[in-house]
Design a binder for this molecule. Structure first.
Ligand code: ADP
Ligand code: MG
Length: 295
């Protein structure tokens, strides 16, 4: 199995939730003789049980070497098991906000807390162990389907991998491949559709079984049928986990317990779909602009 090149590129967006990728990245940084920005504190805390309460406490953030603050004094609490949709115009900072939880970046001011503990005080590997990420760009490596799913939990048995694939609605298409779970993916192997890749990445997260889930929907490139299957997989994945979804699909937004509207002015509204529509404010405007055509 090769984790060499891709994870380094991928780290710039948020897909590398895997330790192998981080290690590869750190090695890369050492070679480049740069100090990695994100480090463990001495005596960093390792949490075994995480309930999944997330708090952004007066968070401000700007990217290094950028003058402009993406987030200013933002506060938000998400309860364990809650399903929250983040909506807002492109560039408002939704992806940035979510990337602060696994510490792909550290806050400039304020704090992000998981179960009341500042994520900067936690052991990085332990922190990321509790967070699952599904996003549009799926990182698959050259290897078998089974190896690719096992990436979510290297200690998993074959049976556990098959169970995870079933829960992600991936089992049937995997079984239809020439060598089933042992089919090779990649240039020399089978070609998978966007929806199939998504389901493999969802299977990984089922296998990882984290209490916290981040879904970055991006504007869906999937066709209607595979979008529906992926959506069902994601809904079942989200059950019982704290879920922050950067939502573009109306169906995802409607199902959310709470919708948080993030604009360049910060969080401007929060509530359910019906309540926010009735308010006739930012959400209502966004809704008529962005979502109406997608129903
Ligand atoms: P959203 O997800 O809401 O579309 P993002 O969090 O991706 O917004 O981006 C928020 C702002 O931060 C944008 O102005 C974007 O250009 C900027 N930005 C995003 N990623 C980086 C980065 N790695 N370095 C510098 N600026 C960035
Ligand atoms: Mg984004």
């Amino acid at each position: 199995i090769s984790f060499m090149i891709e994870p380094i590129q991928q780290l710039s967006h948020m897909s590398t939730q895997f330790q192998e990728g981080i290690t590869g990245f750190q090695r890369f940084m050492e070679i480049m003789n740069l100090k990695p920005a994100i480090e463990n504190k001495p005596n960093a805390i390792t949490l075994s049980e995480v309930r999944g309460a997330i708090e952004f406490r007066q968070v401000s953030f700007r990217y290094e070497n950028h003058l402009h603050h993406v987030l200013v004094n933002l506060s938000l609490r998400v309860q364990p098991g809650e399903y929250v949709a983040l909506v807002g115009p492109s560039g408002a900072g939704k992806t940035t906000l979510c990337s602060l939880i696994p510490r792909f970046y550290d806050v400039t001011n304020g704090a992000v807390l998981l179960d009341g503990i500042d994520v900067r005080d936690m052991d990085l590997q332990s922190l990321r162990h509790h967070i699952g990420i599904v996003q549009q760009d799926v990182y698959l490596f050259a290897g078998t389907v089974m190896e690719n799913i096992r990436y979510g939990n290297p200690a998993a048995s074959d049976d556990e991998i098959i169970m995870a694939a079933k829960r992600a609605h991936a089992h049937d298409f995997i079984m239809s491949l020439p060598n089933g779970y042992h089919s090779e993916i990649g240039q020399r192997g089978v070609k998978l559709s966007g929806g199939q890749k998504q389901r493999l990445s969802i299977a990984r997260v089922f296998l990882k079984n984290p209490p916290v889930l981040i879904l970055d929907e991006a504007t869906s490139a999937l066709d209607n049928r595979s979008e529906r299957v992926v959506k069902e997989s994601l809904e079942s994945l989200a059950k019982g986990r704290t879920t922050l979804v950067i939502a573009h699909r109306l169906s995802t937004i409607r199902n959310a317990q709470r919708i948080v509207v993030l604009t360049e002015d910060g969080i401007v509204e929060q509530g359910t779909h019906d309540v926010l529509l009735a308010q006739d404010g930012a959400y209502a405007r966004l809704y008529s602009m962005q979502f109406e055509l997608q129903v």
